[in-house]
Design a protein around this ligand. Structure first.
Ligand SMILES: NC(=O)c1ccc[n+]([C@@H]2O[C@H](COP(=O)([O-])OP(=O)(O)OC[C@H]3O[C@@H](n4cnc5c(N)ncnc54)[C@H](OP(=O)(O)O)[C@@H]3O)[C@@H](O)[C@H]2O)c1
Length: 339
């Protein structure tokens, strides 16, 4: 197997490019229904994606997990199933709010240990499986010591409901604190050509041998070079880089990278994914798509080798590419960072 085609995240082995299922629930990036979602997931599996990423917070009432569960029925052994918890706050439990850069300003989670077994049991039912391969708190809870949340996931691992611990949207400090409680297989963080990885998180992951699952590796579609305007109701309208004027400016500034892709006979999206794979031997990008042709295009980037001269050319173009609008999801503060 080509080294680019297989990666390890802790004790898990996955395809080097996975599949992010968020786009398969209504209200994210454009039109979708369950038939189309099932077709997309089967295409991802048929094209060799073995890491499928979902969350109990995508879609209403576990919708995204349920479409994933349906698609992997009969193929469970082929797949590393990753899901996250914290956004589906039980009735009577307090929402713990924290600021984000999206236009609506804040999100809320509840990752109190007393709820976490219930979250996992509901996700197992939604996914139609008896074990979650990789389980993440979706965001650190600003009102719960991170060690307590992580300890509750460690208990699920001891109990056989979960195989490996993941962390999502954490700082390097939070990774280190969690890893001291239980070994972390992977951190999930936003990382792409228009969103550099947090250098401290990257360094800590390398040092500890922790994998990095790169979310929005295509910049929510921008890096494919095909997003020129957004339809009404598209969630990306909440993201400053996609507002109409910023999107126009960003497409202009991205032209040099599109040219590099064209010179190499790649699509811009393939270049973006292949570049990510060359940044760290334990990075697994999880692009999402509703479209089988796009899924095949994305997964074929796993076979693209980039010469050091090409990588240097890309770095030069990236150094000159400053997108307009805030990119990272998190604002300056660090939710859940308690010293
Ligand atoms: N942990 C977190 O907080 C967090 C946050 C955000 C996302 N995530 C994870 O990361 C995954 C991916 O992120 P994402 O969906 O935000 O962004 P993404 O994968 O960067 O981009 C998805 C968008 O790109 C388009 N696209 C994909 N391939 C394409 C191609 N070859 N040509 C043209 N357009 C293409 C898709 O449209 P089509 O459907 O038309 O192909 C979709 O609109 C999610 O599914 C989720 O699992 C995690």
């Amino acid at each position: 197997m080509n080294q680019l085609r297989s990666r390890t995240l802790g004790d898990l082995t996955t395809s080097s490019i996975g599949f992010g299922a968020m786009v398969l629930s209504p209200g994210v990036y454009g039109e979708i229904d369950d038939d189309r979602a099932g077709t997309a997931l089967r295409a991802a599996l048929d094209e060799g994606a073995t890491l499928i990423d979902t969350s109990d917070g995508y879609g209403a009432d576990g919708h995204n997990e349920r479409v994933v569960g349906k698609a992997v029925r009969g193929r469970r052994d082929e797949v590393v199933l990753a899901t996250k918890f914290g956004f589906r706050i039980p009735e009577g439990a307090a929402p713990h709010r924290f600021p984000v850069t999206y236009a609506f300003g804040e999100l809320a989670v509840n990752a109190e240990p007393k709820h976490i077994r219930g979250y996992a049991e509901q996700s197992l039912r939604n996914l139609g499986t008896d074990v979650i391969d990789l389980y993440y708190p979706h965001f650190p809870d600003p009102e719960v010591p991170f060690e307590d949340t992580v300890g509750a996931v460690a208990d699920l691992i001891d109990g056989g409901l979960v195989r490996q611990l993941g962390l999502s949207n954490v700082t390097a400090g939070q990774l280190r604190r969690a890893h001291a409680v239980h070994p972390v297989a992977a951190v999930q963080t936003q990382w792409s050509m228009w969103q550099p990885v947090d250098p401290e998180l990257y360094a800590a992951a390398r040092e500890l041998g922790v994998g990095i699952v790169a979310w929005s590796p295509l910049g929510g579609g921008f890096l494919t070079g095909t997003v020129r305007q957004l339809d009404e109701g598209d969630f990306r309208q909440q993201i400053p880089r996609f507002d109409a004027a910023n999107l126009r400016a960003n497409n202009d500034r991205y032209a040099p990278l599109r040219s590099i892709a064209a010179d190499l006979g790649l699509t811009p999206g393939q270049l973006a994914l292949a570049w990510l794979l060359h940044q760290y031997e334990h990075v697994v990008p999880i692009p999402g798509s509703r479209t089988p042709a796009h899924i095949a295009e994305n997964l074929s980037a796993a076979g693209v080798g980039l010469h050091p001269d090409t990588l240097a050319r890309i770095e030069g173009a990236l150094a000159a590419f400053t997108p307009e609008g805030t990119g990272a999801l998190l604002r300056g503060t660090e939710p859940g960072e308690q010293d």
